[in-house]
Design a protein around this ligand. Structure first.
Ligand code: AMP
Ligand code: GLY
Length: 422
């Protein structure tokens, strides 16, 4: 079978490495992929957001199954277009992807169906939003309604910050049309847990839980990033919390989407905060998380491609989904100095052959086949261990074997989780 994976980051590299293990898969196209993915798939230089270009490509090349991984093409409706071409797809259609594409939609959904989340108000009028932040509790969280490359959430510790956040979105249009509607939300506290799930709209199977590390520097200092590392499982996600989350959040969300005529098929991602009043939804994503996928998939003990097919066929109840619940994984992200601010590109990277699990996020190949950095987050180095401690130690041992002079990484990925275990 020929499988097309849309996207070109570390998450897509992790998906491709797993999909490749299925003996029925004999060719993978990565659209666009990257210089590191090129080792594992045929990269096709079409942007993941060029929907027409992708459809054209599938007309000229045999594609038996498609996996659409990033948020933008999902929210833009790539799955609808591919299905219209008769291609089975893993990923939600446009109607269902709105659960990530519009925070106003997802907040209203949770309110209507009693799914626990932060209190909020939605505004399309800037004066009304400004009036609201003059009296609301502080800190407060201001969110752009639409997709904003992961940057549209502003945690405001003062009233001035909140006023500035509203103006930056609604007046200066810093996030384009995504910020014309804003959600202003109660600030919650507690440990965060990411839970990805497989669902075909009838069955929902949570994957092993994970923990992201969003800040750029050790000790959760520095700016917010797309994620500097992950560990799985997340020790804050106890069996008791998992039971509550499944009954009060996961299944009700699946059923709510069905009732709305927006049945969700694909990977539904729950970003949870474990508050003292129980788990609450911080965000939904309509796709695999990045870099959560880089620790979740290495702990999958059954066949990913079989599961993806079952989801696409609506037969997830028959799938074999097994995770190594008693083991752990750690992913350390190697980023370019300067990230998430400005950074250079084209710096050489050397990865010794004895490191197996390096997911390449932002790199290209030079003309003579050398790997060069080509983004902010460049590599994700994952190791699996019998314990979290072992996974962390192995991941850092691998990181230290890599040469990337212009790179940096956090030294404390997993330490918070280790402390919580003790
Ligand atoms: P998001 O892009 O929605 O994942 O938000 C980015 C980050 O902002 C989350 O991972 C949380 O750390 C934080 N955040 C979002 N909403 C809230 C909230 N209501 N209270 C506290 N922190 C939040
Ligand atoms: N790691 C969070 C996300 O993928 O949105």
């Amino acid at each position: 079978m020929k499988v097309m994976v849309v996207g070109g980051g570390g998450r897509e590299h992790a998906l491709i490495k797993e999909i490749k293990k299925n003996p029925r898969v004999d060719h993978i196209y990565a659209v666009p992929g990257n210089g590191g993915i090129a080792k594992d798939a045929e990269c096709v230089p079409i942007s993941a957001e060029d929907l027409e270009g992708i459809v054209e490509f599938t007309r000229k090349n045999q594609v038996d199954f498609a996996v659409v991984a990033p948020d933008d093409p999902l929210v833009m409706g790539l799955v609808d277009l591919l299905k219209a071409e008769g291609i089975p797809c893993f990923g939600p259609d446009k109607k269902a992807a709105i659960i990530e594409g519009s925070k106003a939609f997802s907040k209203d959904l949770m309110k209507r169906y009693g799914i626990p989340t932060a209190e909020y108000e939605t505004f399309t009028d800037m004066d009304a939003a400004l009036k609201y932040v003059k009296t609301c509790d502080i800190p407060v969280v201001v969110k752009a309604d639409g997709l904003a490359k992961g940057k549209g959430v502003l945690i405001c510790m003062t009233r001035e910050d909140a006023v500035h956040a509203v103006k930056s979105m609604m007046e200066d249009k810093e996030f384009g049309d995504s910020g014309l509607t804003v959600v202003i939300e109660e600030f919650l506290t507690g440990p965060e847990v990411s839970v990805l799930s497989f669902t075909d709209g009838k069955t929902l199977i949570p994957m092993i839980s994970s923990m992201d590390h969003k800040r750029a520097l050790d000790g959760d200092q520095g700016l917010n990033t797309g994620g500097m590392g992950t560990v799985a499982p997340n020790p804050y996600y106890t069996p008791e919390i998992a039971e509550i989350a499944e009954q009060e959040i996961f299944l009700p969300t699946m059923l709510a989407m069905n009732k709305e005529g927006r049945s969700f098929s694909g990977c539904l991602y729950f970003g949870l905060m474990i508050t003292d009043k129980g788990p609450k939804v911080i965000e939904y994503n309509c796709r695999f998380g990045d870099p959560e996928t880089q620790v979740v998939l290495p702990l999958l003990d059954s066949d990913l491609f079989d599961i993806l097919e079952h989801v696409a066929n609506g037969t997830l109840a028959d799938a074999d989904v097994r995770f190594a619940e008693d083991e752990a994984a750690c992913c350390v992200v190697y980023a370019t100095k300067g990230y998430p601010g400005s950074y250079g590109k084209g710096f050489p990277i050397e990865i010794p052959d004895d490191i197996d699990t390096v997911y390449v996020a932002g790199a290209k190949l030079s003309e003579d086949g050398k790997l060069l950095s080509n983004g902010g987050r460049v590599l994700g180095i994952t190791e699996r261990g019998k314990t979290l401690e072992e996974a962390i130690a192995k991941a850092y041992a691998s990181v230290e074997k890599i040469t990337f002079d212009e790179g940096f990484y956090r030294h404390d990925i997993g330490q918070k989780a280790l402390a919580a275990l003790k």
